[in-house]
Design a protein around this ligand. Structure first.
Ligand SMILES: [Zn+2]
Length: 278
């Protein structure tokens, strides 16, 4: 198997905050990025403690304070972050400084899309997940850009990773072989049993074999979102030495992550962000 470029590493900082970063991105010195954990925030109970999403039953002021704590560490103003309404689709939207703060507060308009792109430095793109995979993109050639995609089973089935790359080729003349990719934490195949209806959709799309899909001893099928997203990115022309692969399961690590599956729907959300710095 070709050599991939490491993975996301856990960083714990003095005030209890902890987050993941991929050296592949961090070492460039030109990209700010991270994936939050549940550690270091002010939310309580089942949302303890760094819940970053408004729609999961938390107090708005807790979410805002958690985002402030998180972005403060990276020296970004949380009031400038950009987020979308994630609809489990494959829609792609480009953002610039005029979108600054879209989605930073509970009220206000947001685009409905699952992939965000920007070529403007200092615009922090964000996406939210608890089991779904966030895919980080960075291109540092003559016209640099970053992107962030949200891939649950529907986005993965829809090849959101491949579609983002096709879009970046057509609209930004990106060469896939020069793209840097990070695959964020996701529910692992052992923790992700799906029913026949979902399994059939993946079989029909050509993902019928291990490691992508496997019939369980009991009932249902194990689905490996990480493996499918990785393969789709490779097929789109990304090189293994430019991919930070994932080694984290959101469901297997309750001390670090919220998990929609494990927590039966009552849980918080982690946040991924990426920005061109400077
Ligand atoms: Zn797991």
């Amino acid at each position: 198997m070709p050599e991939t470029a490491g993975n996301f590493l856990l960083h714990q900082v003095h005030n209890g905050l902890a987050f993941l970063q991929a050296p592949l991105f961090a070492d460039t010195g030109r990209i700010d990025h991270a994936f939050s954990t549940r550690l270091g925030g002010v939310s309580t109970g089942y949302l303890a403690s760094l819940n970053t999403a408004f729609h999961v039953g938390d107090a708005d002021e807790n979410v805002l304070e958690n985002r402030r704590i998180f972005f403060n560490y990276f020296q970004y103003d949380y009031r400038t972050l950009v987020s979308s309404v994630q609809v489990h689709g494959t829609g792609i939207q480009v953002f610039d400084q005029t979108n600054s703060g879209e989605g930073a507060f509970p009220a206000g308009n947001r685009s409905r899309c699952d992939a965000l792109v920007t070529a403007v430095p200092g615009v922090p793109l964000t996406a939210y997940s608890a089991d779904c995979q966030l895919i980080y993109f960075a291109y540092l050639e003559n016209k640099p850009l970053v992107a962030l995609a949200h891939a649950g089973w529907k986005g993965t089935l829809g090849n959101i990773g491949g579609k983002v790359i096709k879009y970046l080729k057509e609209h930004f003349s990106v060469r896939p072989e020069r793209l840097l990719i990070g695959l964020g934490p996701v529910v692992c195949r052992s923790c992700y049993l799906v029913d026949k209806e979902v399994a059939v959709k993946f079989q029909e799309a050509g993902w019928s074999k291990k490691p992508y899909l496997e019939r369980s001893q009991a009932t249902g099928y194990y689905l490996d979102l990480n493996a499918i997203n990785l393969e789709q990115l490779r097929r789109a022309g990304v090189k293994d030495h430019n991919i930070a692969v994932n080694c984290w399961c959101t469901s297997c690590s309750p001390e670090l992550f919220y998990s929609y599956r494990r927590d039966k729907g009552s849980t918080g959300r982690m946040l991924g962000f990426i920005a061109l710095n400077g």
